[in-house]
Each structure stands twice: as C-alpha cells, then as structure tokens.
Design a protein around this ligand. Structure first.
Ligand code: THU
Length: 157
C-alpha cells in the first residue's frame, strides 16, 4: 500500500500584479457577468477566454426554466470558442462572478466539476497547459492548468 498527495500550485495576486493581458482578461470576465441570464439563481458568472490566434471569446451563464438545461459561463464560453475558432488553441481563461447581493464575490469563484471536465478536453486538444484565473473582488487565484483543477481526471486521450 502506498499513500501519495496531489498538490495544486495556486498563485494569489492582486489585479495590479497581473500582466496587462491577464488584467484585461479578468476585466472582460467581470464585464461579461452583465450578460448572464440568471433569473433563477441570481448568480451572475462571466468568463473570458484568450485563444492563441489573438482572439478573446467571452460568455456567461445562461439558465433555463428546466434547470439542468442551462449552462455555466465556462462551458458557454468554451463551446462557443471552439465552434467559432475550431483551429485555435485555448490559452488562458478568466472567470468572475457577481453574487445574489449584487457584489463581485469576496473569494475567487471555482468552476464546477462539469466545467473543469469540459475545459480539460480543450486543454488536451491544445497540447499544452491552459491557465485558469479565478477572480474575486480584490484578488485572483491563478492556476497553471485545467488539469490542476481536476486531479485524477478522466481523459480518453
Ligand atoms: N455557474 C457558472 O456559470 N459557473 C460556475 O463555475 C459555477 C456556477 C452558474 C450556474 C448557474 O447558472 C449559477 O451559476 C448558479 O449555480
């Protein structure tokens, strides 16, 4: 028998400490929360995804009266990005959220398991790490890859 630990390296930073490109991505994710359609949860999530072709694709959560039919901001963004630019590889995704109190979250938002799995597919397709920036009101967490958010992930290829 053997026990081992899987560690996740997380970088905590203020917005000012980010590169201009990453800061811009976080601001775009924040802005995108305004396009969220969340009449049921009142939880507004925005995502901004930089691609290696120089484009940035943004998306937000889109809810539905039949609850499971809605999608999270991360999957809205990832699916649209790959549908729009099938040749482009994902580079970095930033995620921000405004809670039911109308304020950006005090702690960085963490993507749900289904979104981690969906993003992992595109990280695998890209053939390199896709950074994940989780934004909060006054700081961000930077994760080096999608895989780091999903230890022991299922992957067919
Ligand atoms: N949601 C996201 O868009 N991304 C996440 O990472 C977590 C949750 C959405 C789904 C639903 O519309 C609302 O937030 C409340 O769960």
């Amino acid at each position: 028998m053997r026990q081992f630990t899987i560690e996740i390296p997380v970088t905590e930073a203020t917005l000012e400490e980010l590169s201009p490109e990453d800061r811009d991505l976080v601001l775009k994710a924040r802005l995108q929360t305004e396009t969220s359609y969340a009449p049921y949860s009142h939880f507004h999530v925005g995502a901004a995804l930089r691609l290696d072709n120089g484009e940035t694709v943004c998306g937000s959560n889109q809810e539905n009266a039949a609850y499971p039919s809605g999608t999270c901001a991360e999957r809205t963004t990832a699916f649209y990005a790959h549908a729009r630019y099938p040749e482009a590889k994902f580079d970095t995704i930033a995620i921000a959220a405004v809670g039911t109190d109308g304020l950006e979250l005090a702690d960085p938002i963490a993507p749900c398991g289904a979104c981690r799995q969906a993003l992992l597919e595109y990280e695998t397709l890209a053939g390199h790490d896709v950074r994940v920036i989780l934004a909060a009101r006054d700081r961000v967490y930077i994760l080096p890859s999608v895989r780091s958010t999903l230890p022991l992930a299922f992957s067919e290829f």
